[in-house]
Design a protein. Structure first.
Lengths: 271, 277
């Protein structure tokens, strides 16, 4: 219910954003893989105050049957927001916005998947926004892509996503909620990790062509960074599992532990 | 990671669970009156929800969030606020949950949890009135299971109680025919606390806090909402049409009251630890 007020400025005189970030700085991102027990694959993402869970079920039998595609699996993405994830209570029934976002997320992920390996089946990607604070469709793609990998769905690549935009004439990476609402434009994008091909592109606001190209360039740089975070999250989830399962994977275990050790040491040096 | 294509369980599993119970054992090694490990995390949606909690009950987990909105009072209670519990069984939480409008299990879950809050008079709705007949606070506690491994009711009831106990919302006052914010934050008018405890009957055995497999073979379950004074405030027999004898009901109540005392202690300790922070 907390009444929202428009902030006086989105970029302060020192050139910093409302939450103290530089224009090209992302919010802190925490990715976790295998967070839900019932799902075949799952992941969570915290990006600033945005908090999203993604679960993957399948490939499994498709209901209702009339949705069947004979030469490949149907990728069913469902993006939903919890009623308490936004300042006002979201009505429980699915909204038009949720349906459209579900569709663009499916389109963003599809090119990364070998769906032709599972004709007539369905791969379900269920996304729940627990707390929404801007950039939810991109954060959802980041998590969903990890959940698909966790479920063992054959993939060509992971799919990182980020929203770039503009406020008070400055191009910004990873828009927060206020920047999205009161800023001068929002460009959510996603790409295939290996090729850099763009699989999600939407835009609102007003941009000159050169400006938009520059913004998208910043987006690509940010997505390359997110891709590395995604790889790390996957690796660390499976490093733990190897350690528990024991002997037969011993030769790999050593390598992975070394990797993790180095990552930790690097992290400490940064702090 | 279960792959149940429907809510069925093989006869082998059914016999296995029954034989095990006859030998005095449960499939996960618990005693008959033993609940699974229970944890409460508060403020999981701190930035947007007025109150929130995540409850783990073994491998079952449920998130509850509280929103407080302004609304019109009901015609038959113009000086009372509104308190409502809803639930959505999102398919993220289980291969058994399907897309689509809420079906019977979601409706029963919401109504049983709602009844525990309402009948225990947990929230004093007469203090949720801003101007009689004009504006009241409407309190929504919404429940989303994240992982379904049985007994959603107990997990949801605990999550809702924890979220309500810790909720903070904006105060409004009535001025010149409209509600205006005062800038102050209020706690909900909590007058009591109740938690729900479910005992399931499988054959002639009673088991506390059924897991998913136990739920699948149960003859029925009995859910009891129990307040801090060990009083029963609401009951629901569900989860199958198997009958219960009066002796079984009495034994279930005894088991449930013990468990409820532990849950009240856990809830109080969790809230106290938060205040210290």
């Amino acid at each position: 219910m907390s009444p929202e007020t428009k902030p006086d400025f989105l970029i302060n005189p020192e050139g910093l954003r409302i939450d103290g970030r530089r224009t090209d700085e992302m919010r802190p991102i925490e990715l976790k893989v295998g967070v839900l027990k019932q799902a075949d694959g799952s992941a969570s993402i915290r990006q600033g105050n945005t908090y999203i869970l993604a679960a993957v079920y399948g490939p499994r039998e498709l209901h209702p049957r009339h949705l069947t595609i004979n030469d490949r699996a149907y990728l069913r993405c469902v993006y939903r927001m919890m009623t308490f994830s936004v300042p006002d209570r979201k009505r429980p029934a699915p909204s038009r916005r949720e349906r459209e976002i579900s569709m663009v997320i499916a389109n963003a992920l599809k090119p990364a998947l070998f769906l032709q390996d599972y004709p007539r089946a369905v791969v379900d990607v269920f996304i729940q926004v627990v707390q929404a604070d801007g950039g939810t469709r991109c954060a959802a793609i980041n998590a969903a892509s990890l959940a698909l990998a966790d479920a063992g769905i054959p993939m060509k690549t992971l799919v990182p996503a980020v929203a770039v935009g503009k406020a008070e004439g400055k191009l910004l990476v990873d828009l927060g909620d206020e920047e999205d609402k009161y800023g001068g434009g929002d460009v959510p994008m996603a790409m295939l990790g290996t090729t850099g091909d763009i699989t999600l592109l939407q835009q609102d606001g007003s941009f000159a062509k050169e400006e938009l190209m520059e913004a998208m360039g910043m987006g690509v740089t940010a997505m390359k960074y997110i891709l590395e975070l995604q790889k790390e999250a996957l690796k660390s989830a499976y490093t733990k599992k190897v350690a528990v399962e024991g002997e037969e994977l011993d030769e790999y275990e050593d390598d992975l532990e070394t990797d993790l050790g180095e990552a930790e040491i690097a992290g400490e040096e940064d702090e | 990671m279960g792959d149940y294509s429907a809510e069925v369980i093989s006869n082998i599993d059914r016999d296995f669970i029954a034989n095990y119970l006859d030998a005095g054992k449960r499939i996960d090694g618990r005693a008959f009156n033993e609940a699974r490990n229970t944890e409460i995390e508060l403020d999981v949606v701190a930035a947007k929800a007025e109150g929130s909690a995540l409850v783990h009950l073994g491998d079952t987990s449920v998130i509850a969030g509280v929103k407080v909105l302004l609304g019109d009072p009901y015609a038959d209670s113009p000086d009372k606020g509104v308190m409502m519990v809803t639930a959505e069984l999102a398919p993220l939480a289980s291969p058994l949950f399907e897309l689509g409008p809420p079906k019977e299990p979601a409706i029963e879950l919401a109504r049983v949890v709602d009844r525990g809050v309402r009948e225990s008079e947990m929230i004093d709705t007469s203090e949720l009135c801003i101007e009689p007949g004009k504006k009241v606070y409407m309190v929504f506690a919404d429940v989303y299971p994240l992982d379904y491994d049985g007994n959603l009711i107990d997990a949801s009831s605990l999550a809702v109680a924890a979220a309500l106990h810790t909720a903070k919302f904006d105060e409004y006052k009535w001025e010149d025919g409209k509600a205006v914010p005062t800038g102050k934050k209020l706690d909900l008018p909590i007058r009591n606390s109740a938690v729900e405890v479910t005992v399931s009957r499988i054959g002639r055995h009673l088991v506390m806090d059924p897991s998913l497999k136990e739920e699948m073979v149960q003859d029925c379950r009995l859910t009891m909402a129990i307040d801090k004074n060990d009083k029963l405030r609401a009951m629901q027999k569900g989860g199958g049409s198997g009958p219960l004898t009066l002796d079984e009901i009495e034994a279930s109540m005894t088991m449930a009251i013990d468990r409820a005392q532990d849950l009240h202690k856990l809830l109080d300790a969790t809230i106290k630890a938060r205040k210290k922070k």
